[in-house]
Write a protein that binds this ligand. Structure first.
Ligand SMILES: Cc1cc2nc3c(=O)[nH]c(=O)nc-3n(C[C@H](O)[C@H](O)[C@H](O)COP(=O)(O)OP(=O)(O)OC[C@H]3O[C@@H](n4cnc5c(N)ncnc54)[C@H](O)[C@@H]3O)c2cc1C
Length: 429
């Protein structure tokens, strides 16, 4: 097979919009012609000499930067019109990084020293914009990948987005653990006449001032949305159905996350869990008193075995203690004006906010049967083996370890591709 395009001309032939949400994408493509072995009539083939990355969130950007550092050109396809669209378009205003900034920085670029330990959403977005500028990352926007499949006859990935087909030896999945909102089908939900939204479309408690709001779900987002509602003089109730661990974000002036990472260097997980729970009891008190029961298994062990993250409290628990956030049981069914709980009580609400999490979207577009689990859309192999599949397939950002996990993936993937990369071999096969 003869490849007719060079790395330089490939980049010259693409013109993308700047990394802002306001501009619509511009794409100009000239093709010299597809590889000779591709005989089917497809009007618009795009040959990618380097890896193709799907998704321009932090994981995709980190991987592109690591590849760039090794002199390997990559191309990112992004369905939305900007980088980091999950952060720019689908998060609430009061959001800050949950973990200290040194655990959230992407490869080769620390956060500016003047930023607080927990940067705000806007500070994180500014950091990501600066990051993509620093590494000259220019994704193709408005390119939602509808299908990707490895073509054994030519030994390449064929990736369809809009009316184009991209052809690459390497496919890097960076579409995120939180690609789609999960909204449970609770009986009668369509009958509810009030406002019903998911946390991904919730912006601020200001819209609910003075109103009774039911928040369904009690993870980090559910707790923070309740706190935000409280701070805006709304009256939130939070549905707590399952057992969960709530830990203080800071334990004796040290971030709980940093403390647990440090302890894990010397102690087994069970012992670290024990220490964390004693600290949580001293700082937060017995959460059971407020209807929040702890699972039998410790927070880190639970995270390792099920992926469930403990809630890092940023003030919601104090509001629960003072009765400003009500803890309510599971929902039996919705009515026109509110809900009936499993204990038979009925309560009216102005709005319902679903803090019911997210799921991946990989299974809807990636056609392969080995690497991703058909049940949950995550790689079958757990961290630290979740980044590499067969035939040049990679996944970044699916470790359930946040941005730290994404950075580790980015390094591993770029090292692996670099070991196969040789411009002579790639451009002239
Ligand atoms: C509210 C919230 C707070 C968080 N806080 C922290 C924190 O403090 N620290 C931490 O380490 N982690 C945190 N996380 C977890 C995680 O780090 C973030 O979700 C992070 O954005 C993950 O980056 P990502 O690139 O893997 O996924 P995303 O940011 O979701 O990016 C995926 C990108 O892929 C695009 N895409 C999806 N499907 C397609 C397709 N078919 N074709 C083309 N493009 C597609 C999306 O539009 C998106 O731009 C948080 C998560 C949430 C939800």
């Amino acid at each position: 097979m003869r490849i007719t395009q060079t790395r330089a001309s490939f980049f010259l032939e693409f013109t993308t919009a700047e990394n802002t949400c306001s501009q619509s994408p511009i794409l100009e493509i000239k093709l010299d012609g597809p590889p000779e072995t591709l005989k089917e009539p497809n009007p618009r083939w795009v040959w990618c000499p380097g890896p193709l990355i799907v998704g321009a969130g932090p994981s995709g950007l980190a991987t592109a930067a690591c590849l760039e550092e090794k002199g390997i050109p990559s191309l990112i396809l992004e369905k939305d019109s900007c980088i980091a669209s999950s952060w720019k378009l689908r998060t609430y205003e009061r959001l800050r990084l949950h973990l200290p900034k040194q655990f959230c920085q992407l490869p080769f670029m620390p956060f500016p020293p003047e930023l607080p330990t927990y940067p705000t959403k806007q500070q994180f977005i500014d950091y990501l914009d600066a990051y993509s500028k620093q590494f000259s990352i220019k994704p193709l926007f408005g390119m939602g990948v509808q299908r990707a499949e490895f073509d054994e006859s030519i030994g390449f990935w064929r990736v369809q987005a809009n009316d184009l087909e991209f052809i690459s030896r390497w496919l890097i999945v960076a579409t995120g653990e939180c690609a789609e909102a999960v909204v449970p089908d609770i009986r009668g939900i369509s009958e509810f006449k009030g406002q019903c939204l998911h946390t991904s479309t919730y912006k601020s408690g200001e819209d609910f001032r003075g109103k009774k709001v039911l928040v369904v779900g009690c993870g980090n987002s559910g707790m923070e949305v309740c706190l935000d509602l409280c701070n805006n003089e709304a009256q939130p109730s939070m549905v707590v159905r399952d057992k969960l661990h709530v830990l203080p974000r800071e334990t004796f002036w040290c971030s709980t996350f940093r403390l647990s990472m440090w302890l894990l260097k010397w102690l087994p997980t069970r012992l670290v869990d024990g220490i964390l729970l004693v600290c949580a009891r001293l700082i937060l008190g017995r959460t059971e008193k407020y209807g929040i029961h702890r699972p039998k298994i410790g927070p880190l062990q639970l995270k390792n075995t099920t992926g469930r993250t403990p809630v890092l409290d940023v003030g919601a628990l104090a509001k629960i203690r003072h009765g400003q956030i009500k803890v309510v049981p599971g929902i039996n069914h919705f009515t026109e004006t509110g809900v009936e709980y499993v204990d038979g009580r009925h309560e009216e609400f102005y709005a319902v906010i679903m803090a019911t999490g997210f799921k991946t979207n990989v299974l809807s577009w990636l056609k392969e049967g080995e690497f991703f689990n058909k049940r949950n859309g995550f790689p079958k192999n757990a961290f630290p083996h979740s980044w590499r599949g067969e035939n040049g397939l990679y996944a970044t950002g699916f470790t359930r370890r946040g941005l730290l996990g994404a950075s580790l993936d980015a390094h591993r993937i770029s090292d692996d591709i670099a070991s196969q990369w040789s411009s002579k071999n790639i451009l002239q096969m």
